[in-house]
Ligand binder design. Structure first.
Ligand SMILES: [Zn+2]
Length: 296
């Protein structure tokens, strides 16, 4: 790797192992942690220390799963040409049939993971390139609304603006068919003649292959957009709002979330499609933090 473009390509080639619309944020989140360490001048992440942090990130920003496996990206990144585990060769004997090493083995060997030396030295001199890599990792795996919370949680510091992907036609179409009003709370505030905090949300994330079409869109206020992207709420097939049992708080959550439980969204103007079942099902499976609250 000799040029910035070659490095960007090496990160873009990192293999995802899931298919069929399943989200695979494991490697991106680990790479963001490693970039954050690099910004502090540290090459190695000790598995013992990284494990609880990565576990937390997977719970907060990964798909809802009964079990999370921080050991998988830590071990599997070695096959992507940018990552090494100095203790790795000694652990080869303990590789299981699927090609993974049990987390207890990584812990007891005090395994460390980090970028290859050449890459580490290359990136250390190029803070702008580190930003660009982080931006692409975020862009490829998460919606815009999650970028800042993830940067905060991984400790990546930011020196230039995030490049944003925007499709103004999608936004305009969604706002028009929903009459520039939040489909959940009906908020429709304006400042002068411009919308104030009304956004076009993707049900199935763009980063997960969701299309820019009304079958995959909803007009939402800024708060309900974030709540949808974070999995605090979702919709059932009858377009009724469901709220996660993981949402807690004292002030405001009744007014902002709980009172909408079981209510149908406000539909788009006649003649326009509502969000498709296949995208709603994806959101419930890959984003929504079940279990569902049953009462208000
Ligand atoms: Zn709203």
């Amino acid at each position: 790797m000799r040029t910035d473009d070659e490095v960007l390509e090496a990160f873009a080639r990192v293999r995802k192992w899931q298919a069929g619309g399943e989200r695979a944020p494991h490697k991106p989140l680990l790479l963001l942690l490693a970039l954050s360490a690099l910004q502090r001048g540290e090459r190695w992440l000790a598995y013992r220390e990284a494990e609880p942090v990565l576990r937390r990130l997977l719970v907060d920003f990964g798909p809802p799963r009964r079990q999370v496996h921080p050991e998988l990206p830590f071990w599997r990144l070695r096959n992507d040409g940018i990552w090494m585990i100095p203790e790795g060769e000694a652990l080869e004997k303990q590789v299981r049939r699927r090609g993974d090493v049990p987390p207890a083995v990584l812990r007891s060997a005090d395994a460390r993971g980090g970028f290859t030396e050449e890459l580490f030295e290359f990136l250390r001199e190029r803070p702008g390139l580190v930003n660009a890599i982080a931006a692409r990792l975020l862009e490829a795996a998460f919606p815009d609304s999650l970028h800042e919370p993830i940067l905060d949680a991984t400790g990546v510091s930011w020196t230039i603006d995030l490049p944003r992907r925007r499709d103004p036609r999608f936004r305009e179409e969604i706002l028009r068919i929903y009459e520039r009003r939040c489909a959940i709370c009906r908020y429709d505030g304006r400042l002068g003649s411009a919308d104030l905090g009304i956004e076009a949300a993707h049900v199935r994330w763009h980063a997960a292959g969701g299309p820019d079409s009304p079958e995959n869109g909803l007009a939402l206020c800024s708060f309900h957009h974030v709540a949808l992207d974070r999995g605090a709420l979702t919709l059932d097939d009858e377009l009724r709002v469901q709220v996660s049992q993981h949402v807690v708080g004292a002030a405001g959550i009744r007014a902002l979330l709980l009172r909408h439980i079981g209510r149908e969204i406000r539909r788009p103007q006649a003649g326009n499609p509502v969000p498709a079942g296949v995208h709603l099902a994806w959101h419930r499976r890959e984003v929504f933090r079940g279990l569902t609250r049953v009462g208000r």
